[in-house]
Design a protein around this ligand. Structure first.
Ligand code: RRO
Length: 295
C-alpha cells in the first residue's frame, strides 16, 4: 500500500496530524521499538515558531461529547532550540520528517523556511497558516490573497515540498487551496481545528485560558470530509485529509473524497498505536470503489 507523495515514497497513506503525537516522548517511553514499529509513514512535527513560546495559560483542554477542544498556543523551543535539540532526535526516526512551521508575519515564515531549507534531515515543510489559538486572532490562511503573497515570498527559498495547512475557519476554503496551488504549494492539508468555546459551569466564564479553542475529534469528521471533497475537486496537487479519523473506514472515506494521505490526530491521544491500526485497516479495505471528485 505504498504511496508516492511529493517525491517521497511512503510505506502507507497514514501520517500524524501536527501536534498530536510527541515522537521524542514516545521514543523515551517505548525505546527503539518505536523506531522499528513507527505508527506513521511520515512524521509531522509540532509547530515551530521563530522565537521560543510558553504557550497559552491553562486550562488548555476541554473534553467534548465527541471530541476535544484545545488552546495550547504553540509552546515550543523556537527555531534555534528546535534545530539544536529536537531535530537531531527526530532525524533518527525511521520515516521522513515533515516540519510544521508558523510565523506571525511573512518575514518570520521566510526565516523558518530558510532555516530548514538547508537541513537534509527535513523532507518537507508544512506551513501552518491556520492555528486558531493566537492572541492576535490573525489567521493568515483565511484569505486567498494573503496565502498567495506568503507563497510568493517563501517559494523561492527552498526546493523542499511545501504543504499548506488550511483552516476550516474560512468562508471559501477551496479558494484558499487554489491560491496556494497557483502560488507554488506542492500540497495542501486540511482540516485544522474548528474554533469553539466552553464556559466554566461554575463561574460562567470561558473555561480555556485562551478563551476560545480548536475543536477536533469525531465531532469534526463530517466537516473534514466535506472540505476535503470540495478542495480535491478544485486543486491538482495532493491533498492530506484529516479530521476525526478513528478507523480505516474514516481514512478510506477521506481518500474516496480525494485525499492522497490521511492524518490521524486526536485519536492518537486515546490510542498511541492508532496510526498502525488504521494503516492496517486501510490496507485491508478495497479502494476500487473510489469516487471521482475531479469529474
Ligand atoms: O498550539 C495550538 O494551540 C494549536 C495549533 Br499550533 C494548531 O495548528 N491547531 C490547534 O488546534 N492548536
Amino acid at each position: 500500500m505504498s504511496v508516492e507523495f511529493c517525491g517521497l515514497e511512503l510505506a502507507h497513506p497514514i501520517i500524524n496530524a501536527s501536534g498530536t503525537f510527541d515522537a521524542i516522548a514516545a521514543r523515551r517511553a517505548f525505546g527503539d521499538e518505536l523506531l522499528e514499529r513507527f505508527p506513521f509513514s511520515a512524521f509531522v512535527s509540532k509547530t515551530v515558531t521563530v522565537e521560543p513560546r510558553q504557550g497559552n495559560p491553562p486550562p488548555r483542554l476541554w473534553e467534548l461529547p465527541a471530541g476535544l477542544m484545545n488552546s495550547i498556543g504553540l509552546p515550543n523551543k523556537g527555531l534555534d532550540g528546535y534545530l539544536a535539540n529536537d531535530l537531531p532526535q527526530l532525524s533518527e526516526l525511521s520515516v521522513p520528517l515533515i516540519v510544521n512551521v508558523m510565523g506571525f508575519s511573512r518575514d518570520e515564515v521566510a526565516q523558518l523556511v530558510s532555516g530548514f531549507a538547508v537541513r537534509e534531515e527535513v523532507a518537507a515543510l508544512e506551513l501552518n497558516v491556520s492555528c486558531p489559538n493566537v492572541e492576535t486572532g490573525m489567521v493568515m490562511g483565511a484569505d486567498p490573497g494573503e496565502v498567495a503573497r506568503l507563497l510568493a515570498a517563501v517559494r523561492p527559498l527552498t526546493g523542499k515540498p511545501l504543504i499548506v495547512k488550511l483552516t476550516p475557519n474560512a468562508s471559501n476554503v477551496p479558494a484558499v487551496a487554489l491560491a496556494a496551488e497557483e502560488a507554488g504549494a506542492d500540497a495542501v492539508s486540511l482540516i485544522n481545528t474548528i474554533k469553539g468555546m466552553a464556559l466554566d459551569p461554575r463561574s460562567g466564564e470561558p473555561w480555556l485560558g485562551g478563551q476560545t479553542g480548536g475543536v477536533s475529534g469525531p465531532a469534526v469528521r463530517a466537516v473534514a470530509l466535506a472540505q476535503v471533497y470540495a478542495v480535491s475537486a478544485v486543486v491538482g496537487i495532493p491533498v492530506i485529509g484529516m479530521g476525526g479519523v478513528q478507523s480505516g473506514r474514516d481514512a478510506a472515506d477521506l481518500m474516496r473524497a480525494g485525499a492522497t494521505l490521511v492524518a490521524v490526530g486526536t485519536e492518537s491521544f486515546r490510542d498511541p498505536a492508532a496510526g498502525s491500526r488504521i494503516a492496517a485497516q486501510v490496507s485491508g479495505s478495497s479502494t476500487n470503489d473510489r469516487i471521482s471528485v475531479r469529474g
